[in-house]
Write a protein that binds this ligand. Sequence first.
Ligand code: ATP
Ligand code: MG
Length: 574
Amino acid sequence: MTSNPDEKKQTDSAEATPARSNFIRDIIDEDNRTGKFDGRVQTRFPPEPNGYLHIGHAKSICLNFGLAADYNGKCNLRFDDTNPAKEEQEYIDAIIENVRWLGFEWGDKVFYASDYFEQLFQWAVQLIKAGKAYVDDLTADQIREYRGTLTQPGKESPHRSRSIDENMDLFERMRKGEFPDGSRVLRAKIDMASPNINLRDPVLYRILHAEHPRTRDKWCIYPMYDFAHGQSDSIEGITHSICTLEFEDHRPLYDWCLDQLGIYHPKQIEFARLNLNYTVLSKRKLIKLVQDKHVRGWDDPRMPTLAGVRRLGYTPEAIRNFCDLIGIAKSNSIAEIGMLQYCVRQDLNKRAQRVMGVLKPLRVVITNYPEDKVEEFDAVNNPEDPTMGTRKVPFSRVLYVEQEDFMENPPNKFYRLSPGREVRLRYAYFIKCVDVIKDEQGNVVELHCTYDPETRGGDAADGRKVKATLHWVSANHAQAAEVRLYDHLFDRANPNEEVEDGDFTAFINPNSLQVLESAWIEPSLAGAAAGSFYQFERLGYFCVDPDSKTDKLVFNRTVSLKDEWAKVQKNQPS
Ligand code: ATP
Ligand code: MG
């Protein structure tokens, strides 16, 4: 049997945990009570297709799609694709796939801000005609200079007082492609002295002779994100436009645009973005990790991207539970990656089949076991779930055990194998180490052991006990495997704060990947499909990597068994 996550029935998030209350739900409840949107709840998840989705986006996806589901509403997947210089079809495709993988649906229509380009252009014209927008010839540097600072008001552009006719003429010609990139922009005419810098005549349109993934070369002027976002929400009839805190200062601009245009007005609500320790969640930084080849790609299992954690073996259920557990807040904080791992363990513990695999093999010869005898033992697939049944595990004279499970001169409290010591082999027999074989350098290369036939199945007929139970595989039957062990990609808890504009890649952990090329896995895993997940007893949860070949499986360790986060929680004063 396999445990390919794709074949598992998705547990419904609403069914897994009842929706927690939060301040956004309070706002929606109040709007429903007063009938503000006629009881309608319509949200959207609006990614910019300029990179892959990460765990932070998952929080926004779970929130927006989750609210829509809970309130019998609708959530649009909308690409805010207004910057062709940075956007690619590859990203659009990956984002669609990742949102589906997380377990969310949006009907048959995917929305794109680029579908509204003509309407947005017409709205820009409407602003010009109302004397509320003008074409500016200042360079980008000059515009920045004229904008002023938090303590100093801005300065008006000399082109601010252009006539409506001249503005119309120039804007039309911008659209026709008569001017080079960066030579002119369309700006809103608001207030160069506003305490909110976003209101100091923000740029609405810029010239960009770049091919757009969807509109191709139809346009050479593109709306700025701030001119597209609020209006796109308005067009789609979004009721609650949920975004992260940094957009709080942009809200007055969105309000200004909607009011000037006299169109439907969604309610914007800001919440704290997710930050995670030991990682970076900025797209700019993630792109750098990929482009500079610090990782193998967007789906490198060390990346916090959804493609990455999927390859690592995280399940959609675990990620959704994590997003639920961290909740929705109004001020920024940093969540513990340990808490995410805790959610992964909790989910996999229920669903992953237990198997035996030896990562760093040490050969064991059972000297009193017949040369060509093979026995099969019944092994329990998951003690948490009896319906998962049992499987057969072959046993023979030559086995592998874990190097770490043997010590020639054991310290106190090391109860595993050592000379003269008896231990249990899981499901099989007690064995006793009688001889240690070394190579010329003195390294232990093989153990000779004896087994006690009276301990078949793992219990002694005379009731004697052993203090350790080891996992093992039969050398002749085992399947060869490569195992990739991961550690945090960064060597410190906050690789973001401490670098400012410096190079955050200086904090990359040089030991974030350890490859074990000669592991052995029990034969029941032969041919396991990429994405299948297992618990290797005593070692952690592992997931089959797409790099696997028929003669050599490749596993990623998803997470170890040790649950540091649960321990931390237990020790917290309550
Ligand atoms: P960019 O700098 O490219 O805009 P972004 O992270 O804001 O990066 P978007 O594609 O604009 O990326 O994000 C889509 C949606 O996901 C937005 O609504 C954004 O607020 C939300 N989002 C992005 N990062 C996080 C995060 N860390 N936590 C919660 N929500 C996030
Ligand atoms: Mg953004």
